[in-house]
Design a binder for this molecule. Structure first.
Ligand SMILES: Cc1cc2nc3c(=O)[nH]c(=O)nc-3n(C[C@H](O)[C@H](O)[C@H](O)COP(=O)(O)OP(=O)(O)OC[C@H]3O[C@@H](n4cnc5c(N)ncnc54)[C@H](O)[C@@H]3O)c2cc1C
Length: 367
């Protein structure tokens, strides 16, 4: 891809959590991006993942869970371009967008998230609905509300799978919901949290299948170990994080899964290219929104300070609070070895989520 004109001083790709925090920090500090800087995002809104299960459970509206990016970008002196990055040529400092536009950059920041893992074969006989990107699942959920499916299968035994199963059972009461886990449920969380989650799922009539990896979808059926195990109407993928294909061909150094390797200053193998959140790979930093959020302030500083040196370091928090929405206002909570559940945990989750939204949208957008 040849270097193209115009050349932007800074392009930020993806309205993810880290970029949202970075833009808001510039506004709070009265800082602006260099004139001519661009924010590229696939849609006009940034979605807040913590509230998506609440939206699908019918507790929040889409407007409460998303933030309009154009006004935020404008206050930072940037223009929002609703487009999708298709290819990056790190060596020539250029990107190609889905619209066909090619743009050069002096500095690039990537916060474009990840895709669901699809490590099974499929003949295309069942609709697959990724838990991300969020606009897709929200649109599908609206269709399901008008015309409820008889049976939905969710793949993924992590927090997102649990939250989606509970939310969909509540908002689609006629629908049978099955949750398939490759390993034991919530395997990377305390055993007590998994016990509490099993009880909640049981009470909600979610059909839980642990240690049952789905290897193939054919003729409308899910197969594990060569046997048909379910015949759902659609499959929701809450299977964790997979890297977008363009990352591996970008010329940036990536890890074995294709995520962009970064250092503690959030810089990639090419010092003019920064990355944060799920698209990036840094030791001791899981792919989760709470880590992307904490990278935001460091990114905000480093993107403006890069020319002078003087960069800040990001230090991943040793443990993070996990709050899993049960859909009914309650939540499951774990922190280190501690695990509990209840209405108080739900209130804490709502308070933290709504506080985040208030802090990151412009006052004119309301709440
Ligand atoms: C149902 C569910 C619930 C979750 N709940 C939590 C939670 O409570 N706490 C937690 O810590 N984590 C949670 N997660 C995980 C969390 O969603 C991710 O870790 C987090 O969103 C990653 O944030 P990010 O900043 O990397 O980017 P994202 O929030 O994924 O945003 C990426 C943005 O980039 C845009 N984009 C993507 N590709 C391109 C492209 N090629 N060109 C232009 N734009 C692009 C997307 O449209 C999107 O706006 C949850 C995940 C799911 C599925």
């Amino acid at each position: 891809m040849p270097t193209s004109t115009p050349q932007a001083p800074l392009i930020m790709v993806g309205g993810g959590h880290a970029h949202l925090v970075a833009l808001r920090q510039w506004i709070a500090n009265g800082q602006r991006a260099p004139a001519g800087s661009l924010l590229v995002n696939a849609q006009p809104y940034a979605w807040y993942s913590g509230m998506l299960p609440g939206l699908l459970a019918g507790r929040f509206t889409a407007a409460q869970c998303s933030i309009e990016l154009a006004p935020l970008a404008a206050v930072c002196g940037m223009q929002l371009i609703c487009d999708e990055l298709l290819a990056l040529d790190a060596h020539n400092q250029a990107i190609l967008l889905a619209s066909g536009k090619r743009m050069g950059f002096a500095r690039l920041s990537l916060n474009s998230g990840a895709l669901p893992v699809t490590d099974f074969d499929t003949d295309g006989s069942l609709p697959l609905v990724g838990a991300k990107p969020f606009p897709g699942i929200v649109q599908q959920w609206r269709t399901w509300q008008a015309q409820p499916p008889a049976h939905l299968a969710i793949l993924g035994g992590g927090p997102a799978g649990v939250e989606l199963a509970l939310a969909l059972r509540l908002s689609l009461p006629q629908t049978t919901v099955s949750l398939f886990c490759r390993h034991a449920l919530l395997i990377s969380h305390p055993l007590r949290l998994a016990r509490l989650a099993r009880a909640r799922l049981g009470k909600a009539n979610v059909k839980l299948h642990e240690k049952l990896p789905i290897e193939r979808i054919s003729d409308g059926q899910l197969y594990s170990d060569g046997h048909a195990v379910a015949q759902p109407d659609a499959v929701v993928l809450a299977t964790g994080a997979a890297a977008a294909d363009w990352q591996a061909t970008s010329g940036l150094e990536c890890d074995a899964q294709g995520f962009i390797r970064i250092d503690a200053q959030l810089r990639s193998s090419h010092p003019c290219i920064f990355a944060a959140g799920d698209c990036a790979s840094l030791p001791d930093t899981p792919h989760a929104g709470v880590y992307a959020v904490r990278q935001g302030p460091v990114l905000a500083h480093n993107l403006l300070a890069a020319a002078q040196g003087n960069l800040q370091h990001y230090q991943p928090q040793p443990r993070a609070l996990a709050l899993l929405a049960c859909g009914d206002g309650r939540a499951l909570l774990s922190y280190g070895a501690l695990a509990t559940q209840g209405r108080l945990a739900g209130q804490l989750k709502d308070w933290l989520d709504l506080r985040f939204m208030r802090a990151h949208r412009l006052p004119a957008q309301g709440d």
